[in-house]
Design a protein around this ligand. Structure first.
Ligand code: CMC
Length: 385
């Protein structure tokens, strides 16, 4: 076969135009629709950011209230889906539970049967409603499964709490403090969108066949699970706990690098500078470490960061969002295997936002392989093989 340019890993390849978010990898900057992530994290709510990503502008009070009311009404999940989740083994990874739960929800969406078909992308209002339903119900799936496996009564969603606070309330059975609610809200904002990352791209591949939003989100959850993507937050925290103390960090990191292994929570395809989301979360990790007696964990992280930047900073490898998000969740008392589901609960905003945008001018995503197998083989019947 003649030589064609290969784009393994699609490194540096632009596949579509998008106005949702922009990463300046060299400067370590991230914007959503022109707004700096630092401003949004401090000043906006997750719901405002969701609106911004999907509709291209910050909502006014009425637009925000209408969307929040719709979402609050949609938080509960059908009994049958509760039952499906309850039948899964208690040690099922919560990302698998979430994937199964979202998949099962598709059968109960009143809009889906009406619009299924080759024009699915043209039903804008229905697709926004479907998107909001998925977004509203994902935290409930995660919180319910968490309570089930703990052998605790389910705590049903409340309509008067924010998206972030309600999630913590359903998990803990108590209202979060103002600081806990603020940190979770901010974490959701920081993870809401990030350009053509693997899970978002996978959602778009699925949607480009004119499959529906549930199928797309299931694709996104499946892709986010891996430790080279969203699963890194869980892996990074487990690594810090394994290291155990700051004085063991250097030896641990050097040994791993000697064995050509990766340090989770470091490096990024686009950022070759410090990930701005990690910078924001690091500040909160420091604050929480003091308040929750997790100084040893935070100091261990600082030491890992110091050694990594010393050894690999020159190659553009710095902490990414997953390095500090895991610590923050851990200090909030959230179990480690729920970290990546929290990432998904947030990133669904970007997944759906990108699909809705891509559907405006949908083109089937269908690349090609450079064939390296044999040609012109003569078929040999089974009896003589
Ligand atoms: N630890 C050690 N070495 C690393 C790391 C790391 N975390 N990341 C990259 N490298 C090395 C890699 O071994 C390679 O070295 P060499 O040039 O000697 O072969 C070089 O840096 C370039 O790596 P790459 O694999 O070509 O870079 P990539 O753009 O394909 O990979 C990445 C990006 C995120 C998969 C990678 O940095 C990684 O595996 N990081 C650890 C997992 C992680 O933290 N993922 C979360 C990413 S951010 C949030 C998210 O998407 O969820």
């Amino acid at each position: 076969m003649s030589e064609v340019p290969l784009h393994i890993g699609l490194r540096g390849i632009y596949v579509a135009k998008s106005s949702l978010s922009y990463i300046d990898g060299a400067a370590g900057k991230l914007i959503y629709r022109g707004y700096a992530i630092e401003d949004l994290a401090e000043k906006a709510s997750y719901e405002e950011v969701l609106y911004l990503l999907w509709f291209g502008k910050l909502p006014n009070k009425k637009e925000l209230e209408d969307m929040k009311t719709f979402m609050a009404e949609e938080r509960e999940i059908p009994e049958q889906v509760v039952e499906i989740i309850s039948k899964l083994p208690k040690d099922t990874h919560p990302m698998d539970v979430l994937r199964t739960g979202v998949s099962a929800l598709s059968g109960f969406d009143p809009d889906l049967p009406k619009i299924w078909g080759p024009k699915i992308n043209e039903y804008k209002e229905e697709n926004v409603r479907i998107g909001l339903r998925i977004t509203s119900k994902m935290p409930t799936i995660v919180a319910y499964f968490y309570r089930m496996r703990e052998g605790k009564e389910l705590v049903h969603p409340r309509k008067d709490l924010s998206h972030a606070a309600n999630f913590l309330y359903m998990m803990w059975g108590r209202e979060p403090t103002e600081l806990e609610g603020k940190i979770m809200d901010m974490a959701l904002i920081l993870h809401a969108d990030h350009g053509a990352n693997a899970s978002t791209f996978n959602c778009m591949v699925t949607a480009s066949t004119l499959s529906d939003l549930y199928s797309s989100v299931v694709s996104g959850i499946s892709t986010l699970k891996g430790p080279w993507h969203g699963g890194a937050n869980e892996a990074a925290l487990r690594m810090l706990l394994e290291i155990g103390s700051p004085d063991r960090a250097r030896e641990y990191v050097e040994e791993k690098l000697r064995r050509k292994e990766r340090i989770m929570g470091f490096g990024h395809r686009v950022y070759k500078a410090y990930d701005p989301r990690a910078r924001i979360l690091k500040k909160y990790a420091e604050k929480l470490a003091k308040e929750t007696g997790n100084e040893n964990l935070f100091q261990t992280a600082l030491e890992v960061e110091k050694v990594m930047v010393e050894l690999l900073g020159g190659k553009g490898i710095f902490p990414n969002v997953d390095f500090y998000s895991g610590q923050v969740y851990h200090m909030l008392g959230i179990p480690t295997d729920l970290f990546t589901p929290i990432f998904a609960i947030s990133r669904v905003a970007g997944w759906i936002g990108h699909v809705l945008e891509y559907w405006e001018e949908n083109v089937l995503i269908r690349p090609r392989f450079v064939y390296t197998g044999p040609m012109h083989q003569e078929f040999v019947p089974l009896e003589v093989r």
